[in-house]
Design a protein around this ligand. Structure first.
Ligand SMILES: C[S@@+](CC[C@H](N)C(=O)[O-])C[C@H]1O[C@@H](n2cnc3c(N)ncnc32)[C@H](O)[C@@H]1O
Length: 434
């Protein structure tokens, strides 16, 4: 046999399963590049209340609104977001009068979402609290930050003390005012640090750090201005029920009253991109929740396995030919991190569990809109959207459409070695049959 043909044959078979998936789902694809921005947090940056905490992994209010409208979701239905993050789906539902329940495993996300979703009716009390906090005379704090290595890299000592001074005082206020002030403090931590949230890690940056007092004052003032602006729309409009719970999307975490009652799921799981929320939000977790590095490690291993420190699961793995193919191909390559195959397998195992729970919660005819991105490791494309669609079908859902919203680039390293292949970001729509 001609050698070049033999090589070609080898390459073709090593992509067989993914080619099969692409062929199977071609008819569901629709280009919706007009959603390019809407699948990101960017449009929220300008929106009062939605922008109180920069959650880079979030999507936009407009996206949630469009999906609910386009899919003609009834206001009698209950909407569910199993990966609620900082609450975009919930806040949008609140604004437009839909009943909604959300779940997230990260205490920080729950905290942020809860403060945003509060009915802030008495703004004069908030104003008084901000003024009194800003008038407190500085004294050395008694509290300390946990002994986690990023803290000393992120903040000079005097900034650490200023943060703790404000934390100590904020804790003296009653809830929910305490939470409002604490969110103000949490949301300025990055700007008073030497760090910048950058993909997988906190990147260290050189810059002049402003005082915590000035930054916090500005943030709290903006938050109060937002409430004056948005009060009518967000907090006096609907009487729809809103609930947010801390829990694991892989488990049956929703109370039984919701089972079989969910009309629409609008969500976005962590992407298979190695990003680790426990690292990205380490400063905020340390300032508010963590007592030591063990706490951060526990959070890391409680998250969906989309990051490189994901552990092998002892449970039963349902074999998916496309995942097996990717893992097998990767194992034959020299990887810059040999945990990548473990992460990929863990990701789909976990998402299989998530989908199972969604099937329990959805009512017949209910729809899932899931924003997700594909990934590429050492030249191996992972068509997450299609693998998940096949998983959804194995669990009894029906794929309705797949909207292509963006094509992402590749890392320069990957492009140099394997060429440039755009990586899809999509919204997949699945429905539970009637
Ligand atoms: C892409 S973000 C969602 C952002 C959200 N759409 C927004 O606009 O704020 C994914 C979320 O999944 C959460 N998460 C990770 N593992 C989880 C799990 N096992 N159960 C529930 N939530 C989880 C993360 O904490 C993160 O907030």
């Amino acid at each position: 046999m001609n050698t070049s043909l033999a090589i070609k044959h080898e390459i073709d078979t090593s992509y067989f399963e993914r080619k099969r998936l692409e062929a199977k789902y071609t008819r569901y694809f629709k280009s919706r590049l007009d959603y390019r921005q809407l699948v990101t947090y960017v449009p929220n940056k300008k929106l009062p209340v939605y922008n109180w905490f920069k959650y880079k992994e979030g999507f936009s209010r407009q996206l949630v609104y469009n999906i609910l409208k386009d899919e003609q979701v009834s206001k009698k239905d209950i909407i569910f977001d199993p990966f609620a993050g900082c609450g975009t789906t919930l806040l949008t539902c609140k604004e437009f009068g839909y009943k909604v329940v959300g779940l997230d495993i990260l205490p920080l996300a729950i905290f942020v979402a809860e403060v945003k979703l509060q009915d802030w009716s008495d703004l004069s009390l908030l104003e008084k609290a901000v003024i009194s906090l800003m008038n407190v005379k500085y004294r050395k704090p008694k509290l300390s930050l946990p002994d986690v290595s990023i803290i000393d890299k992120a903040f000079p000592k005097h900034i650490q003390e200023e943060i703790l001074f404000y934390k100590e005082h904020i804790l003296e206020y009653e809830k929910p005012i305490q939470d409002f002030l604490m969110l103000g403090l949490i949301s300025v931590l990055e700007s008073v640090s030497y760090t910048s949230k950058d993909g997988q890690f906190l990147r260290l940056v050189e810059r002049e750090i402003p005082s915590v007092k000035d930054t916090l004052l500005k943030q709290l003032k903006n938050m109060i201005d937002d409430l004056y602006l948005q009060q009518q729309a967000l907090f006096k409009g609907g009487t729809a029920k809103i609930e947010i719970l801390k829990g694991d999307a892989r488990e049956l975490s929703l109370p039984i009253k919701y089972w079989g009652k969910i009309g629409a799921v609008v969500t976005s799981p962590p992407y298979l991109n190695r990003y680790d929320y426990s690292r990205t939000y380490a400063l905020e977790l340390c300032a508010l929740f963590a007592e030591d590095s063990k706490y951060i490690n526990n959070i890391r291993h409680s998250l969906l396995r989309s990051h490189i420190e994901s552990k092998v699961h002892k449970g039963k793995w349902i074999s998916l030919p496309a995942v097996d193919e990717i893992v097998q191909n990767l194992k034959a390559k020299e990887l810059n991190n040999n945990r990548i195959p473990i992460m990929i397998q863990g990701y789909f195992e976990d998402m299989n569990l998530v989908i199972k729970q969604l099937v329990t919660y959805l009512k017949p005819g209910g729809i899932v809109a899931l924003v997700v991105a594909n990934a590429r490791f050492e030249g191996e494309m992972v068509p997450t959207d299609l693998i998940l669609s096949e998983l959804a079908e194995l669990n009894g859902l029906k794929t309705e459409k797949i909207w292509i919203t963006r094509y992402k680039g590749n890392s320069s390293q990957q492009m140099a070695r394997y060429g440039k292949v755009p990586v899809r970001e999509t919204i997949v729509f699945w429905r539970k049959p009637l």
